[in-house]
Design a protein around this ligand. Structure first.
Ligand code: 3HC
Ligand code: NAI
Length: 699
């Protein structure tokens, strides 16, 4: 049963009961109208209360139904709301915890609303690339006032019920209960008190005008245009709310429906809905059940106070978890702490952090030079130099001192986690936690599962990741894990493009126009070109037959390591991040091209984008097939959260799906014929070839 029905005296209670968040899927909608009918047919019932069981009134329409016929199957949400409005007996919404999207729209169709304090109220459809499609754009401005309603609709951000109740003249809530615990009791009393009131008030009948509509909506459009960038939905929200102020209710509803339906089929909405699901799916590991026992993590130790160690520590301090930091020497500790302080102080200066919170966080940090001081920590994260010998020393010590059951994590970005685990007598407790730089900012965390990592360790670190607000994606052990393994192929393509006729600026511009935050050459300059150089030197030994452009090596031989040396593919002015093209670099590329006897050709932006993106896709298909990633959507999350892939395209795998895998493979076959490229790389991964042949998709 997706709703429960009870009668208490003269009040019928309909409780949405569709865990986890009482999504308004078809079965629930049907059950609401059935029970509404039952209440109206029962002479003993004088009024009706609708509420939600568990942790929400309702999280809105069932997102999983979108795109399927079920979403439209009668009764659709619009019909349910009309049925409530037409109910001859008064219907009171008793709102608590979470009231979002279609849930709020349903409440707005009720004759009365009583809300518990602390309830998160939102119309978050815009975050899914949509606008409210069940009357939210027409009823909320009537109930709340045009400006506060438009702010909520365009931002999608939740607002607390008690804040909304304070808006002068608001008709959203008829009453705020004195506490969440008394909501049910107060809703019953309210329902009894208004049982005989007629006519029943309807939000749709409220006036909706803006005194200075022309100027206000012009201003709103200008604001929204700047913020919305590649997303069409926010501007459509303005159109819909403006319609509420200028059209009759029914006409406004028609306009809303048309805009909603059109948005539903945009690639941007598809991408955002995919991301919503992908983010939640990433936290689930196929063979680790949700009820796997976890270990309590109440204290952390961090080894190494360098670039990564400091950022990693800040994540835990921010979450209120004490951290003990270990270094080899006091001055390294002092430097690390000073950097953390500088980071926090800059947040305080920008008004993003209160002084007392900063002090509270630093108060949770302690330091040591002795491993014996770490023994009581529930989890230790190592972030020392990237050398197997150093990792061996550290993990041998950790194995000696850490209490039984402690989780031993490594932040290694390239080394074999299984080998690191083998330095201990408890490889089941060893896991990789690959943070991205700056570790206190970047959302992505690759959780590297070793061959022997225990399930409870995986369950625990996934929960810890949530606590520190990271998007955790599980990766198996391989060189580069998911993200860096793919980026290596993308970087290689970047090199071939230079050899064939592009400049770094042309490549960067093309892929930035596609939507990437940064092209491969600006990214190299930011990360440090020496890092890629070190990896390539290793590759030349391991895979002597692998084809590489030599331009990046020539650049590094000139000491142009990127922003940190003030010069890389571009020049940089101290204190600024603007990339200024450098003629010497362009001449270096030309000279190298000449030395190879290559006649440069003009390469289109389309070709640049396809070669870069499909190189990611093909490597990703190998990763998926090898089981390094368990789902295509996990790979999308890695690229969206850690590598600046455009959100509105939903990640490389969803993008490839949208282009059509057959078309991707056709393009790859073309690239394979280019003698200056690497034909063997462009052999479609078997999984990709199979899906393309069968007309299937990754996701
Ligand atoms: N439909 C289907 N499933 C939903 C859902 C929805 N609207 N909202 C949440 N869920 C599911 C999640 O997928 C997740 O499932 P899982 O356990 O299988 O992974 C589960 O509920 C819990 O979600 P969270 O992990 O996000 O739980 P939180 O407690 O952190 O947050 C929440 C709860 C605030 C409701 C959050 O899930 C949320 O913001 N949901 C989206 C709300 C939304 O966008 N609603 C609008 C839908 S569109 C609409 O209503 C159209 C209408 O205008 C016609
Ligand atoms: P770093 O050089 O900035 O810091 C390393 C710190 O470890 C130094 O302060 C050093 O004194 C300390 N250290 C070295 N040996 C030690 C030992 N035996 N005991 C205690 N402390 C010791 O290096 P960074 O960049 O912080 O990298 C650390 C780890 O994080 C490496 O494994 C690296 O591959 C990984 N990583 C780095 C990223 C980056 O962008 N810098 C991104 C993701 C992972």
């Amino acid at each position: 049963m997706t709703t429960l029905y009870e009668v208490h005296g003269s009040v019928a209670l309909i409780t949405l009961s569709n865990p986890p968040v009482n999504g308004l899927g078809h079965a629930t909608r049907l059950s609401i109208t059935d029970n509404l009918q039952k209440a109206n047919d029962d002479d003993a019932v004088k009024s009706i209360v609708i509420t939600g069981a568990g942790k929400a009134f309702s999280g809105g329409a069932d997102i999983k139904e979108f795109g399927s016929p079920k979403a439209l199957q009668e009764p659709n949400l619009l019909s349910v709301i009309v049925a409530i409005e037409k109910s001859p007996k008064p219907v009171v919404a008793a709102i608590h915890s979470v009231c979002m999207g279609g849930g709020l729209e349903l409440a707005l169709g009720c004759h009365y609303r009583i809300a518990a304090p602390g309830c998160s109220v939102a119309l978050p459809e815009v975050k899914l690339g949509l606008l409210p499609g069940a009357g939210g754009t027409q009823r909320l401005p009537r109930a709340l006032g045009v400006e506060p309603a438009l702010n909520m609709i365009v931002s999608g951000e939740p607002v607390k019920s008690e804040m909304l109740a304070q808006i002068p003249g608001q008709k959203l809530f008829d009453k705020l209960s004195s506490s969440p615990d008394t909501l049910a009791e107060e809703a019953f009393a309210f329902a009894q008190a208004i049982a005989e009131t007629r006519p029943l008030p309807l939000v749709r009948d409220l006036p909706c005008k803006h005194r200075n509509g022309d100027a206000y909506f012009q201003f709103a459009r200008n604001m929204v245009k700047g913020m919305a960038k590649n997303f069409p939905a926010p501007l459509k929200c303005v159109d819909a709310v403006e319609a509420a102020t200028r059209q009759k209710f029914e006409d406004g509803m028609r306009i809303e429906r048309e805009l909603f339906t059109n948005l539903m089929f945009t690639p941007e909405s598809r991408a955002l809905r995919h991301v919503f699901m992908a983010e939640r799916a990433a936290s689930k590991i196929p063979d680790v059940p949700a009820d796997t026992a976890q270990r309590a993590i109440n204290s952390i130790a961090v080894i190494g106070a360098g670039t990564m160690g400091g950022g990693i520590a800040m994540n835990f301090l921010n979450a209120g978890i004490p951290v003990k930091m270990l270094e080899m020497k006091q001055d390294a500790l002092d430097r690390g702490i000073a950097t953390m302080r500088k980071n926090y102080e800059s947040q305080v200066k920008k008004g993003k952090l209160k002084q007392d919170k900063y002090e509270e966080r630093m108060g949770l940090l302690s330091t040591t030079l002795s491993y014996d001081d770490l023994k009581d920590a529930d989890m230790v994260i190592e972030a020392v130099f990237e050398e197997m010998g150093v990792k061996e020393k550290v993990f041998t010590e950790l194995d000696r001192v850490m209490k039984p059951g402690a989780i031993l994590a490594s932040n290694t970005s390239t080394l074999d986690l299984n080998q690191i685990a083998s330095f201990t007598k408890r490889p089941e407790d060893v896991v990789g936690l690959h943070f991205f730089s700056p570790a206190n900012i970047m959302k992505l965390l690759e959780v590297v599962r070793g061959d022997k990592t225990a399930k409870y360790v995986m369950a625990t670190v996934m929960a810890v990741a949530k606590k520190i607000r990271k998007t955790a994606v599980v990766s198996g052990v391989c060189d580069g894990f998911i993200g860096n393994r793919m980026i290596e192929q993308y970087g290689r393509q970047g090199g071939f493009l230079l050899d064939e006729g592009c400049t770094p600026a042309q490549v960067d511009k093309a892929i930035e126009k596609f939507g990437f935050a940064m092209g491969p050459f600006r990214m190299g300059d930011l990360a440090g070109n020496d890092i890629g150089w070190a990896i390539r030197k290793r590759r030349y030994q391991e895979k002597p037959d692998m084809k590489y452009s030599k331009t990046a090596d020539l650049l590094c031989e000139k000491g142009r390591f990127g922003q940190k040396t003030g010069a890389g593919w571009y020049d940089y002015v101290a204190g600024k991040r603007d990339a200024i093209p450098n003629q010497e670099v362009v001449s270096m590329i030309e000279a190298h091209r000449n030395s190879l006897g290559i006649t440069p050709r003009k390469i289109s932006d389309d070709e640049i984008v396809q070669r870069l993106v499909y190189s990611l896709v093909n490597e990703a298909a190998h990763i998926l097939e090898e089981g390094i990633a368990s789902k295509a959507s996990d790979i999308d999350m890695v690229y969206l959260m850690g590598y600046g892939f455009p959100l509105y395209r939903g990640g490389p795998m969803l993008y490839a799906d949208q282009v059509g895998l057959f078309n991707v493979v056709q393009a790859m076959n073309r690239f394979a014929k280019n003698p200056l490229d690497d034909a063997s790389f462009w052999q479609p991964a078997p999984l990709l070839a199979r899906l393309a042949a069968e007309g299937k998709t990754f996701n």
